[in-house]
Design a protein around this ligand. Structure first.
Ligand SMILES: Nc1nc2c(ncn2[C@@H]2O[C@H](COP(=O)(O)OP(=O)(O)O)[C@@H](O)[C@H]2O)c(=O)[nH]1
Ligand SMILES: [Mg+2]
Length: 336
């Protein structure tokens, strides 16, 4: 990818050209060298946007709610990133989401769906890049909708500055949310479909669960009642999200939160890279010979793995600008 073309695309996207922004997002979705170049450039301008994750079980009303939030937040250029889990129904789900969001979000909102292509690990690295691109193009807030099932989806929602967990009336939903690990990651709870019977009961159930697992937190997640289809309770919800943003700023938690996010992103990428490397090694002549020794009982898997790791460490060199080696002890032949 030509550098000038990238600069042009970013400038156009920043000026509100949705096609240019769409192209940049497709590039990071595909990853590879072009995706990395886009991410790098985006990273220099990003860091201004508020990132709000919205998660919960399918059908709880996340898309409707997200569209409403974008419409009432009062921002000039909100964006919605809707993450779809891989399923044969994905195409339909995206379409349904789009319709429900478009109905409510207003024309100022930029909406993009991302589907799980290939392995979930790919999504985990592509989503932070997509957020970076939206941020760099001047979108704020960025509302990220994910289905709160599966570790990767929960992790994506939890990586936001503020994580909103959506449940609906009925005890089962709160129990499910608890099982999925959603109670711990919530900064704000929403009991949506408050037009249904016993929404207050659902709030009480949630409060009880929070009390049971209560740790000494400076922030206690408020529980908001909404009827997303009618737009009820959305203003109050946005007020609570903003209150959480202020809390993050005042306590310095925002920097810690972003630091953790970068750490997780870096770890995720290193793990993906290592996984590829492991496959390469096992497929190589050397890997096959080692495996044969294990088959014959001449080497134990533990010893063989140690040998491979030691060889990997010998070939590792620090990135430019980093003066210490990864493991100086194993590099007797290299100056530290
Ligand atoms: N009764 C009622 N239905 C709602 C409410 N919010 C959303 N729905 C409906 O619930 C269904 C699922 O909504 P959707 O936003 O797609 O949920 P998602 O799967 O969590 O994104 C749709 O038929 C919505 O119209 C609400 O507050 N009350
Ligand atoms: Mg949805």
């Amino acid at each position: 990818m030509n550098d000038d073309l990238l600069i042009e695309l970013f400038e156009a996207a920043t000026d509100g050209d949705r096609r240019a922004l769409g192209k940049l997002l497709t590039m990071v979705e595909r990853q590879g060298d072009t995706g990395a170049a886009v991410s790098e450039r985006a990273g220099r301008r990003a860091g201004q946007a508020r990132i709000v994750g919205i998660t919960g079980a399918p059908g709880t009303g996340k898309s409707t709610l997200t569209g409403r939030l974008a419409a009432i937040c009062g921002a000039a250029r909100p964006a919605i990133l809707a993450i779809d889990p891989s399923s044969p129904l994905t195409g339909g789900a995206i379409l349904g989401d789009r319709i429900r969001m478009d109905n409510h979000a207003g024309s100022a909102t930029f909406i993009r769906s991302m589907a799980t292509r290939g392995h979930a690990g790919g999504l985990a690295v592509a989503v932070p890049d997509a957020i970076r691109v939206l941020d760099a193009a001047g979108h704020d807030p960025i509302l990220v909708e994910t289905v709160g099932v599966g570790q990767v989806e929960v992790a994506i929602a939890a990586a936001a500055d503020t994580t909103v967990v959506v449940v609906t009336p009925g005890w089962g939903d709160a129990v499910q949310a608890n099982k999925a690990g959603l109670l711990e990651v919530a900064d704000v709870f929403v009991v949506n479909k408050a037009d249904r019977p016993d929404a207050r009961g659902a709030r009480r159930d949630l409060e009880l669960m929070l009390d049971l697992g209560h740790r000494e937190h400076a922030w206690r997640a408020p529980i908001m009642l909404t009827t997303a289809t009618e737009g009820e309770g959305i203003d109050n919800l946005w007020t609570e999200i903003q209150r959480h943003t202020t809390h993050l700023h005042e306590t310095g938690e925002l920097n810690r939160c972003r630091h953790r996010r970068h750490r997780d992103e870096l770890a995720g990428r290193i793990q993906l890279g290592l996984r590829d490397r492991v496959d390469q090694i096992l497929k190589s002549e050397w890997g096959e010979a080692t495996l044969e020794q294990v088959d014959l009982g001449e080497t134990s898997p533990a010893t063989a793995a140690d040998q491979v790791l030691a060889a990997l460490a010998r070939t590792a060199s620090p990135p430019p600008g980093v003066t210490t080696t990864l493991n100086p002890g194993s590099h007797p032949d290299k100056p530290v």
